[in-house]
Design a binder for this molecule. Structure first.
Ligand code: ADP
Ligand code: MG
Length: 342
């Protein structure tokens, strides 16, 4: 067992660099998410880890074992990694049990030993009764659980998952998230889970790598990304947040309400800096900054407001009751975080 280390990893297709200079150490046994919008290079990164893609620059290590660099390429089957795809990638001509047993067959595990391991794995994903079925007879969620079981029997050190829930409906996704959590706990393997869905990443992962246009934007625990985003892009991508330009005291990372108000009210020539404000830190009050309601959206447990401040800057807020469009309100800000860049 060992940590997975990406060192200045880059990948170019023809002359287009799609993964750029990624440095990342994924601790052994962590449940890690690679999170970012479509096209940012998540799948390419995962395929480099798996050995399905070569790398253009940099190095990939599993503990002190060099898996790949510009000249070295360890084939996928020698990496001790398992992969689960969005499309399940089950063999249609094999039964569920044969699919799950395939990695064991490759290792020449045969007869009763193979049968037992396959059945144990199918029990874990609660599909013991489906061993003799064809994958085509199963639902999407069941197929994904077969793919998980196939990964489980091989007992890999690292499990790579590429948007495994993307083809499933919302209700099933919640159940499957629990399956992944159990699966991770049970195996103790290092998980690298690709998703474009920030809620899914926050719900599952202990560590999140946020990617944007092939680059690693930020790496940290979900709480750290939410509370201390390094730039406006991450702030907007992780949870809801508005970035205001304020004149704030230098050196302070976390700003209290008074500092926020002073910064907004300040009309001098000092450079203004980007400050993140979460909607839960904006209160509609009887006194405070003047603002106008631009929109009010019902979200069930609360309303989401878009507000325009008198100086033209906009921000989002949560409120317990509906407000009219164009309605004049007063807001107070209770907290904010200074960002390095807007
Ligand atoms: P994501 O998984 O985050 O949606 P991908 O890693 O699939 O992103 O793709 C990142 C970029 O690399 C995209 O612009 C995509 O078109 C490009 N790309 C991916 N695979 C190839 C390939 N085999 N050849 C050329 N370009 C590719
Ligand atoms: Mg992808």
């Amino acid at each position: 067992m060992a940590e997975l280390r990406l060192e200045r990893l880059s990948k170019a297709f023809a002359d287009q660099t799609v993964v750029r200079d990624i440095n990342l150490t994924i601790p052994q046994g962590a449940f890690t998410a690679l999170l970012g919008p479509s096209g940012c290079g998540k799948t390419t990164t995962l395929r480099i880890l798996a050995g399905l893609e070569t790398l253009s620059e940099g190095r990939l290590w599993l503990g002190d074992r060099l898996l790949a660099d510009k000249t070295l390429h360890t084939p996928p089957e020698q990496r001790d990694m398992g992969m689960v795809f969005q499309s399940y990638a089950l063999w249609p001509h094999m039964t569920v049990a044969e699919n799950v047993g395939y990695p064991l067959k490759l290792r020449n595990v045969n007869g009763a030993a193979r049968h037992k391991q396959v059945m144990d794995a199918l029990e874990v994903v609660e599909l013991g009764a489906y061993a003799a079925r064809s994958p085509q007879e199963l639902s999407g969620g069941q197929r994904q659980r077969v793919a998980l079981a196939r990964c489980l029997v091989a007992e890999p050190q690292v499990v790579l998952l590429d948007e495994p829930l993307a083809n499933l409906d919302r209700h099933l996704r919640a159940t499957m998230e629990q399956t992944f959590r159990d699966f991770h706990r049970r195996t103790g393997a290092t998980f690298v889970y690709v998703t474009h869905d920030q809620a899914e990443a926050m719900a599952l992962a202990s560590h999140i790598a946020v990617m944007h246009q092939g680059e690693l934007m930020q790496w940290g625990a979900p709480q750290a990304l939410y509370q201390q985003p390094q730039n406006g892009w991450v702030a907007r991508f992780i949870g809801k947040g508005s970035v205001l330009m304020l004149a704030t005291p230098a050196g302070t990372q976390q700003l209290d309400g008074a500092q926020m108000h002073a910064g907004l009210a300040y009309a001098g020539a000092d450079p203004r800096q980007p400050v993140l404000v979460r909607p839960e830190h904006v209160q509609v009050t009887s006194e405070g900054l003047s603002a106008e309601v631009e929109s009010c959206i019902y979200q069930g447990e609360r309303y989401l407001l878009d507000l325009r401040l008198r100086d033209g800057q906009t921000l989002s807020a949560f409120h317990h009751a509906p407000l009219q469009c164009k309605q004049a309100v007063a807001v107070s800000l209770t907290q904010g975080w200074r960002l390095e860049t807007a």
